[in-house]
Design a protein around this ligand. Structure first.
Ligand SMILES: Cc1ncc(C[n+]2csc(CCOP(=O)(O)OP(=O)(O)O)c2C)c(N)n1
Ligand SMILES: [Mg+2]
Length: 786
């Protein structure tokens, strides 16, 4: 399948176009070998201690060897960024190995602890990975939002614009197009007129379970064209095109075009004899095929019939190099899953692995002697020196670090606290951000907000009014021009600092992921803030997880939340989201009750998302206005608010009861506490701003023999003191507090779907009102000790 070429070291010959293609073909062959061998080694040659199959997708990898060879060894420029189809990870690692960016040791430990990762991972594989992939569809969508992030920075000229922009490229499996996030992203991309975007579809017409429906044909290109993309279809390789050009050769094209995907795949698997039998059967309708059958033996016939353009290096290179403008382009590259391997085309090949015998004959055909399996250039028809020289000239091999550093954005030591007797945390958020917008400076300039059609209702209004909406073109605010009164300005321009998205929450998280990686990707820092309704975090949770997995940094503001949004009803009430704030790696949740707490936490969050070992921050806010404490926050209290908890009402010495609460239930808790202290005067009241911080701190300090924040706070109580925890969320968010020091505990919270109502009715019905807290306190005091 891979052509042998003459060798020689004459430097003049190295300048010939034939030299490049010869080197690329040799590398293509080596990439196929190394990726296949890497998986074989992991599955058959390494000791297996747990009896689990290691796996590694030999068929999915083989499918994209040509496409990735073309991209990495010829097409990509240093500023281009690529999201690799997750199960082509071995191909990616093999290419990095050839480029000198991956070690043999890590390849030998592919899918082992500390080795090359099963799916390309920014945080585990490091600098060579532009975007992590794994959950299909998300890496593809990510490239679109990275392109939008790049536009945002270039149009504002915060990054140098002399160099051409990077192309954001996704190499996608065809079944990835079944993921809804792809369509959501496409529509959003159309609205924002995205550019510099390539999606290369590995159109092998197979997914995990089966061969995909023929009826899909024509749908994919239509869809992309509808969204304003250029579609380039790479269907037939040059050998097939040559056969079609023979007299009556069009009969062969017609036969293949009308061949169902399943039959084509099955014949790919069966080989020359199978093709001959079927083509023979159809000679009445396609007599032009006879001459082709006569001219080809079985092996040549098989080679011809599987000569799809996605495996024809020259066709692939021509197609990529023909695109030089910035119009988003979808390449539909016809390929064969498992191309060049014994299970090519078989519908069950997704998880298939070559057995030892198959590998032995494959190794022979690749001319790789035993013991030379990891050699870079053995078995190729070009001398190693020529190949090595060729590789050393490639921009990808020469370019040093792919990730950039960027200076931190300074954050002022204090932000002004919004004043008011009664405030909701949502209102406070809007005012804090509005203040920052008005004050200006570096912090204000680097904040970028984004929201999936809930900008106004999450209170980003004050910010947007001052900082404007981002668009690549100036767009007037027609309502304003027509003097129609509106509190909300809606003019757009490249200077705008708010990216308005359609409702799809998945897009919000991908946009946050892209903006939150501005430093490593584009060498400048952004401080992204995304707002949405708390319950709809779940709608985009996989994309949120994906953003965190890549260590993107952003602030998420989720509001309104819980049953405290009252009349909005059950369909909008979040219950389990605080558990995401507690359990999601890379993200920490806060649910402050008061405006002064939120002010401190937002200031801290702007720093936290910039710290090397920092994380993203999730604020769960409420629309419920509550009375604000009149107090000045000193350093100790500030630190406690950031650490996750403090005593809002100090417990008396040897107190036997404490209430711990979080968020908008503060008024009920304060009311219950007032009553309780009449009977149990020493009762303490603990304000928790972050269950997640407390939990992590508790887990982290234990093994070190240190005392956690929670233990220190609970240490103020009698050892057997009773605890009641309260929050407008699932009670499991705080019930673990009972395990910290072994206190008997009654956790209150919401476990059922909510419904419309006002707060008094709902808090009563769901058992988080003052009455319920008093009942719980009585029960907690009676609980037997362990
Ligand atoms: C969100 C998600 N769902 C399911 C999977 C499991 N899965 C891995 S690959 C795959 C099929 C991929 O088919 P395709 O994209 O066509 O790639 P190919 O294997 O054909 O190269 C599936 C369902 C996954 N990785 N991510
Ligand atoms: Mg496929």
């Amino acid at each position: 399948m891979l052509q042998a070429l003459e060798s020689g070291t004459d430097p003049d010959r190295e300048a010939e176009p034939g030299h490049k293609i010869a080197c690329l073909m040799a590398l293509e062959r080596k990439v196929l070998w190394l990726s296949t061998w890497m998986i074989h080694n992991a599955n058959h040659l390494r000791p297996n201690r747990d009896g689990l199959k290691v796996g590694g997708h030999q068929a999915s990898s083989a499918s994209v060897v040509t496409l990735m060879t073309a991209l990495y060894f010829d097409v990509l420029r240093p500023q281009d960024r690529l999201a690799v189809k997750p199960h082509a990870s071995p191909v990616f690692h093999a290419i990095q190995y050839l480029l000198g960016h991956q070690t043999r040791d890590r390849l030998e430990r592919f899918r082992a602890f500390g080795g090359a990762q099963s799916y390309p991972s920014r945080t585990k594989d490091g600098d060579t990975v532009d975007f992590s992939t794994g959950s299909v569809g998300l890496g593809v969508g990510m490239t679109l939002f990275a392109s939008l992030a790049q536009d945002y920075l270039r149009l504002k000229q915060v990054v140098p614009t002399e160099d051409p922009p990077g192309r954001m490229i996704a190499l996608a499996g065809d079944a990835e197009l079944d993921e809804g996030n792809i369509f959501e992203a496409l529509l959003e991309g159309w609205k924002h007129d995205v550019r510099n975007l390539w999606w290369v579809i590995d159109y092998n017409r197979q997914s995990l379970d089966a061969v995909v429906s023929d009826r899909l044909f024509g749908r994919i290109d239509a869809m992309f064209e509808m969204m304003g993309w250029r579609v380039v279809t790479l269907k037939y390789g040059r050998r097939l095109e040559a056969a079609f050009a023979q007299p009556d050769g069009h009969h062969l094209r017609e036969w293949i075009d009308s061949c169902p995907n399943s039959l084509y795949s099955a014949l790919v698997y069966k080989g020359g004899e199978g093709w001959r039998e079927h083509l023979h059967r159809d000679l009445n309708r396609y007599p032009g095929i006879r001459a082709i059958l006569d001219r080809h033996d079985d092996a040549a016939l098989h080679r011809l019939m599987t000569n799809l353009a996605g495996h024809d290096l020259r066709s692939v290179l021509d197609a990529f190099h023909a695109v030089s403008d910035d119009k988003p382009t979808c390449f539909i590259a016809y390929t064969i899953k498992g191309y060049g391997l014994p299970f090519a085309g078989h519908k069950d090949n997704h998880a298939g692995l070559m057995n030892r015998d198959q590998m032995t004959s494959f190794q022979r055909s690749m001319a790789v002697p035993e013991g030379a399996e990891w050699d870079l250039f053995t078995g190729l028809d070009i001398e190693p020196e020529r190949l090595s020289r060729f590789l050393s000239t490639l921009p990808r091999a020469r370019s040093g670090r792919r990730w950039h550093d960027a200076p931190r954005v300074p954050v002022p030591p204090r932000l002004p606290t919004p004043r008011g007797a009664k405030l909701s945390t949502q209102e406070a958020f809007g005012r804090i951000l509005g203040d920052i917008a008005a004050t200006g400076g570096a912090l204000a300039d680097r904040i970028v907000t984004t929201s999936p059609d809930v900008t106004v209702s999450t209170n980003l209004g004050p910010w947007v009014n001052r900082r404007g909406i981002f668009d690549r073109a100036e767009r007037a605010d027609i309502f304003r021009e027509e003097h129609v009164v509106s509190a909300q300005r809606w003019a757009m321009s490249p200077q705008g600092q708010h990216i308005e998205l359609g409702i799809a929450e998945s897009n919000l998280f991908l946009q946050l992921a892209a903006l939150g990686l501005a430093a490593p990707l584009f060498a400048t820092r952004l401080l992204p803030i995304g707002t949405l309704y708390d319950p709809f975090i779940k709608r985009g949770h996989d994309a949120l997880n994906y953003a965190c997995y890549q260590d993107a940094r952003f602030i998420l503001v989720a509001t309104p939340s819980g049953i405290s949004l009252a009349p909005e009803g059950g369909a909008h009430q979040s219950i389990g989201e605080p558990l995401i704030g507690l359990g999601q790696p890379g993200l920490v949740g806060f649910e402050p009750a008061f405006a002064d707490e939120l002010t401190i936490l937002m200031r801290w969050a702007f720093e936290e998302i910039q710290r090397e070992d920092g994380q993203s921050v999730y604020f769960r806010l409420s629309t419920r206005p509550i009375e604000q404490p009149r107090r000045t926050i000193g350093t100790d209290l500030e630190e406690a608010i950031i650490a996750g908890a403090y005593w809002l009402r100090e417990p008396g010495e040897e107190a036997e009861l404490a209430i711990a609460y979080c968020g908008a239930v503060a008024p009920e808790v304060l009311a219950a506490h007032l009553e309780l202290v009449e009977e149990i005067p020493k009762t303490g009241l603990m304000a928790i701003t972050s269950p997640g911080c407390l939990h992590r701190d508790w887990r982290a300090t234990r093994p070190l023999g240190e005392i956690s924040v929670t233990e220190r706070l609970l240490g103020r109580l009698r050892p057997e003191a009773a605890l009641v925890t309260v929050g407008d969320f699932h009670p499991a968010t705080l019930s673990w507090l009972g395990a910290v020091a072994g206190n008997p505990i009654v956790p209150l919270g919401v476990e059922r779907f909510g419904q419309s109502g006002d707060i008094p009715d709902l808090y009563q019905a769901y058992g988080i009102d003052a009455e319920a807290i008093l009942d719980a306190a009585a029960r907690a005091c009676l609980l037997p000790l362990r």
